[in-house]
Design a protein. Structure first.
Length: 157
């Protein structure tokens, strides 16, 4: 897993933004759903459900959607929790995606935290300005998996 925050911030107290990319193993074949459900869809649903359960206040989910971009199946969701704890006293939001690769699954997550009570009252219900949310979603849509078996070579490699 790789986590990124601005150079001027700490991973446990960031405010300006957060990006996580995590590589996950596929579940064993005997645990896979026989109904042909995409694993990314199941993971995104479970991740959103877990976020709601961990929220110490009100949770405002985003609609989960799925599509294929650059040959990669992505299940995308997100939401905002208005009371997430001491590290995020004005709440925390995320837009996340699960991508299905040939050998691994990947989670991509952009996060944000309002810096003040006043900022928490703006851009209801997710407390993120629409342009930033659009940029996060567009960045997720540019995801391309490469250098794996039966995948294209990464550009510049």
């Amino acid at each position: 897993m790789a986590e990124y925050v601005p150079a001027t911030e700490e991973i446990n107290s960031w405010r300006e933004g957060y990006l996580a990319i995590e590589r996950l193993k596929y579940p064993p074949a005997e645990k896979l759903d026989k109904r042909k459900t995409m694993i990314a869809d199941v993971l995104a649903f479970g991740y959103g459900k877990n976020a709601k359960e961990k929220c110490g206040g009100r949770h405002f989910p985003m609609v989960q959607r799925a599509d294929t971009f650059n040959g990669t199946y992505l299940a995308v969701g997100g939401g905002f929790c208005d009371s997430y704890g001491p590290a995020a006293p004005f709440g925390e939001g995320a837009i996340f995606a699960f991508a299905e690769g040939k050998e691994f699954l990947f989670r991509i997550q952009y996060g944000w935290r309002p810096k003040s009570a006043q900022e928490q009252r703006t851009n209801i219900p997710w407390r993120i300005d629409p342009e930033t949310a659009r940029r996060y979603i567009e960045a997720i849509k540019t995801t391309a998996l490469c250098n794996g078996p039966a995948q294209p070579l990464c550009r510049g490699k």
